[in-house]
Design a protein around this ligand. Structure first.
Ligand SMILES: Nc1ncnc2c1ncn2[C@@H]1O[C@H](COP(=O)(O)OP(=O)(O)O)[C@@H](O)[C@H]1O
Ligand code: SF4
Ligand SMILES: [Mg+2]
Length: 325
């Protein structure tokens, strides 16, 4: 990427103190990631791999243990006033069932809340109407006095998105934005995010455990495993010709893959016990099937850690894929 990325993480680590005498949990363990202006990046990986922690640290909600986050080339300033200004430009969109809407607040108040927090000096009513309209709730006035329980799941998610849009952010971070919605409504919300990118030039980081969703929406995809990005690239490349065995396994379980599903064996990942060597080796189907040994990399798989993938946007962290590709 030749221009400065809008949002960038470099060498980012986030560690949490171990619970009940356990070792430190390295939830984000060396991540470089860029999001360009007008770009939609999908961050995918199983539950527990560190997606939410990475997203929260990009928003300045969790300070990194080391490494840094820059926005428009400037390092984040963690002083509270600076962070407040930053969070106007970069908005978090959570899925509604996680409680982002207060059941006692009307739609109007839900959307106006951010404007009030940030001391918006313009015409509040017009800004709320505009945001609802952009989020596809039209005519907006019809929704002003409704309460969340009077809306469908898709409409509630649109209200959450409208609340973010009201502040005219440059980037939104959407953490599992459609995880609890029906398939048909899911498609509508994804289409909305794409339209916002096209109409407003809005950038987005969409966090999801669903690779199929990434396929429908993203320009670029980053696959995360145990605190690291293990494969990244343009969505057509990564999803049509995945190179990392973990990406291959995730894709193999999609109904449209047409391949036999790869069942991942071994312990689910635990960031307080990151294995030596390749962090995926205990579960890797290429290693367990002998393919890595045939390629002469099995010892490396067990003993040599892989370098952090650069933020340039493409690559794979695997001894075997590196050797074979
Ligand atoms: N505040 C915290 N304290 C300790 N451990 C945490 C905390 N938040 C997350 N973790 C751990 O960090 C790992 C990554 O969690 P998370 O970022 O929520 O993953 P994901 O969003 O991919 O499911 C998990 O093992 C989780 O238990
Ligand atoms: S480095 Fe080895 S163990 Fe790790 S994903 Fe690649 S083949 Fe599997
Ligand atoms: Mg999460």
């Amino acid at each position: 990427m030749t221009t400065t990325p809008l949002l960038s993480a470099a060498g980012l680590h986030v560690a949490f103190p171990g619970r009940r005498g356990r070792p430190t949990a390295r939830a984000v363990d060396g991540v470089d990631l860029d999001i360009g202006a007008g770009e939609i990046v999908a961050l995918v990986g199983e539950s527990g791999c560190g997606k939410t922690t990475l997203a929260r640290s990009l928003l300045g909600l969790v300070p990194p243990t080391s490494g840094r986050v820059t926005f428009g080339g400037q390092p984040l300033d963690y002083a509270s006033r600076a962070l407040k200004r930053y969070r106007k430009r970069v908005q978090l969109v959570l899925q509604d069932p996680s409680g982002s809407l207060n059941p006692r607040h009307t739609v109007y108040d839900a959307v106006a809340e951010g404007l009030r927090i940030h001391g918006y000096a313009g015409d509040e009513r017009a800004a709320v109407a505009e945001a609802l309209s952009r989020a596809g709730l039209r005519p907006p006035e019809r929704f002003f006095l409704r309460y969340p329980h009077e809306l469908s799941g898709g409409q509630r998610q649109r209200v959450v998105i409208a609340g973010a849009l009201a502040l005219e952010p440059e980037l939104i971070v959407a953490d599992e934005p459609v995880a609890s919605l029906d398939a048909s409504v899911r498609g509508e919300i994804l289409a909305l995010l794409l339209r916002l990118r096209d109409e407003l030039g809005l950038s987005a980081l969409v966090v999801t455990h669903d690779l199929g969703l990434a396929w429908n929406i993203a320009d670029r995809v980053a696959v995360m495993y145990l605190g690291r990005i293990v494969e990244a690239g343009p969505v057509e490349e990564v999803l049509t010709a995945p190179r990392h065995p973990y990406t291959q396994a995730l894709l193999s379980v999609l109904p449209e893959s047409g391949n036999a599903p790869v069942v991942l064996t071994g312990e689910p990942p635990d960031p307080s016990r990151i294995p030596t060597g390749c962090r995926f080796h205990a579960r890797c189907q290429i290693l367990s099937s002998g393919e890595a040994a045939r390629a002469g990399v099995a010892d490396l798989c067990r003993t040599r850690d892989l370098p952090v993938l650069g933020s340039a946007g493409a690559g794979v962290a695997c001894h075997w894929a590196g050797a074979s590709g």
